[in-house]
Design a protein around this ligand. Sequence first.
Ligand SMILES: *[C@@H]1O[C@H](CO)[C@@H](O)[C@H](O)[C@H]1NC(C)=O
Ligand SMILES: *[C@@H]1O[C@H](CO)[C@@H](O)[C@H](O)[C@H]1NC(C)=O
Ligand SMILES: *[C@@H]1O[C@H](CO)[C@@H](O)[C@H](O)[C@H]1NC(C)=O
Ligand SMILES: *[C@@H]1O[C@H](CO)[C@@H](O)[C@H](O)[C@H]1NC(C)=O
Ligand SMILES: *[C@@H]1O[C@H](CO)[C@@H](O)[C@H](O)[C@H]1NC(C)=O
Ligand SMILES: *[C@@H]1O[C@H](CO)[C@@H](O)[C@H](O)[C@H]1NC(C)=O
Ligand SMILES: *[C@@H]1O[C@H](CO)[C@@H](O)[C@H](O)[C@H]1NC(C)=O
Ligand SMILES: *[C@@H]1O[C@H](CO)[C@@H](O)[C@H](O)[C@H]1NC(C)=O
Ligand SMILES: *[C@@H]1O[C@H](CO)[C@@H](O)[C@H](O)[C@H]1NC(C)=O
Ligand SMILES: *[C@@H]1O[C@H](CO)[C@@H](O)[C@H](O)[C@H]1NC(C)=O
Length: 289
Amino acid sequence: MGSKTIIILVILFVSRFARAMKDPDSLDDFFRDYACAKVSRPKTGILYNISMPANFSGIEIMFIRTKTRNFWRRGANFSTFQIPPGILPMPFVKRFDLMYQNLGNWSSYYYNVPNYTLVTPIVGLLFYNATNSSTRNSKLSPVVNKDPILVHFPQISVSENHKNVSFQCARFGANGSVELTNMTLENACVTRDQGHFSIVVPSPPPAAKKREKFWKWWVVGFGVGIVGLVLVAFLGVVMCKFVKRKRIGQMERQSERSETLDTIWVGMSKMPSATGIRTQPVLESDYVP
Ligand SMILES: *[C@@H]1O[C@H](CO)[C@@H](O)[C@H](O)[C@H]1NC(C)=O
Ligand SMILES: *[C@@H]1O[C@H](CO)[C@@H](O)[C@H](O)[C@H]1NC(C)=O
Ligand SMILES: *[C@@H]1O[C@H](CO)[C@@H](O)[C@H](O)[C@H]1NC(C)=O
Ligand SMILES: *[C@@H]1O[C@H](CO)[C@@H](O)[C@H](O)[C@H]1NC(C)=O
Ligand SMILES: *[C@@H]1O[C@H](CO)[C@@H](O)[C@H](O)[C@H]1NC(C)=O
Ligand SMILES: *[C@@H]1O[C@H](CO)[C@@H](O)[C@H](O)[C@H]1NC(C)=O
Ligand SMILES: *[C@@H]1O[C@H](CO)[C@@H](O)[C@H](O)[C@H]1NC(C)=O
Ligand SMILES: *[C@@H]1O[C@H](CO)[C@@H](O)[C@H](O)[C@H]1NC(C)=O
Ligand SMILES: *[C@@H]1O[C@H](CO)[C@@H](O)[C@H](O)[C@H]1NC(C)=O
Ligand SMILES: *[C@@H]1O[C@H](CO)[C@@H](O)[C@H](O)[C@H]1NC(C)=O
């Protein structure tokens, strides 16, 4: 038990909170970089289905390199996204990559709306310049001139207590922004921008949630309490040791002082010296039988 254990405890706590604050924008960058690394020279018009590393299994990533002129004229059907003609990525580039994401069971790990529940996986549609340089400056923004983009959701999974609630379309933009709109089409949402999409329903009554929150605070409080106790115990041990050492030092000094009569200095070193000789030497020759 020592400072090492405490440091490990603190790190465990911090990393738990860090995990909960995962940034979806950097996840996009990671996927883009990963796809670029997997396909070194993409051909125009080919659908690339990127297999994800084991620690991201359940996530689907695809991209297609497109000529801007053809895209503007014809639009595209890209997985669950139906993109009509008349959309132009800006700033203007000759070719761009259309990136599709389906986060599957990772959806609520990265995205959520307060007081709402996701009832579909998160799907993403993103525009990137067709360049193999860094992700950060290859992002483009689509400009919709006519019809909007349609996002189909083939499966909506609602639990029993959500059967009669109104569905909302959620769009997650950059910097953690969320837009909610009433769902007007069956199993589909419309959008005039790129981003991440899902259908959400209002969460169940707040009573259950409140208790959960309360419970959570209890757990957090308990954890903090334990860490505090450990810290106090540790400090206590350290203080005890310090005081003990001080006292021993004092005692040593005191005993040294009381022993001054019994010590002598020889050069630079202090030596104990006996004051008297207990048994007097007796000369053997003195013995007369
Ligand atoms: C992409 O690959 C995954 C498996 O790696 C497969 O489940 C999925 O159906 C593929 N998608 C398409 C559009 O081919
Ligand atoms: C998965 O592994 C990659 C490196 O291969 C790493 O960059 C990424 O953060 C890992 N993701 C998770 C969720 O652990
Ligand atoms: C996409 O699908 C819709 C409906 O199925 C169809 O009307 C449209 O022509 C398709 N677009 C392309 C570019 O294939
Ligand atoms: C999603 O499912 C895969 C298995 O299909 C699993 O390996 C992965 O850990 C799951 N992800 C999450 C966030 O639960
Ligand atoms: C969620 O609901 C609770 C009570 O129902 C409310 O106090 C809170 O402000 C809501 N949060 C958001 C982000 O709307
Ligand atoms: C797009 O990428 C090309 C290289 O493929 C580059 O010449 C051009 O400057 C880039 N344009 C933008 C707007 O990033
Ligand atoms: C892009 O890739 C090609 C071939 O792989 C290479 O010749 C070129 O220098 C790369 N450009 C950048 C900006 O990395
Ligand atoms: C469910 O919705 C219908 C109309 O859409 C309404 O008549 C009915 O009262 C609702 N049921 C409940 C339990 O809210
Ligand atoms: C996100 O934030 C950055 C800097 O904080 C800003 O430059 C950018 O315009 C923002 N994007 C959106 C879509 O709000
Ligand atoms: C969304 O739907 C609710 C009822 O479900 C309605 O009261 C509200 O006015 C609608 N909002 C818009 C912008 O249509």
